[in-house]
Design a protein around this ligand. Sequence first.
Ligand SMILES: [Zn+2]
Length: 190
Amino acid sequence: MKAILFFVFISTAALVFLFYYSNSVANNLDSNEYQLPFGKGITCRVIQGYGGLFSHSHIAAIDFAMPVGTPVYAARGGTIYSYKDDSDQGGPFSAYKHKANYIIIKHSDGSFGCYWHLKKNAVLVKQGTVLAGQQIALSGATGQVLRPHLHFSVKRKLDYRLNSYIRTKFITSAGIIFLKNGETYDQPKD
Ligand SMILES: [Zn+2]
């Protein structure tokens, strides 16, 4: 009897843990299909995915490793909402958090596409509308980073609340899918 109760206790604890863990990142979904934010013929590895333990533990964002100066493309069309590209500072410490260059694109449904850690003076479109697949910037390593990469997220609101983030599917050569940490992706060939 004691063994059964112990088993039930352990199982319940495991389920509670799994439930909490699987809900520690927003479960909001977006039915839109996003383009990978880099060019055709380029392959990028996801070095941190949704819920990643380094800096995404409670956010739905994707980090694509790419060398400084890689062209960044709009994953979805919209209107330039804001940008910063006057910083040339980046590093692993939280003191660098506010040194990131970025561009934010507002989508037609009111959500925002956020592109982070851009190179200095490398936001190429600063106002007006952009189409999906249009080049908007060059990647960099500004802000809090361990290595050069592009941080991309889609948000309902520009804050850090769990429910602000949206998980999105990307059009890749492997299909229209959610991206996973550690995998490499490229655009479909046409
Ligand atoms: Zn990130």
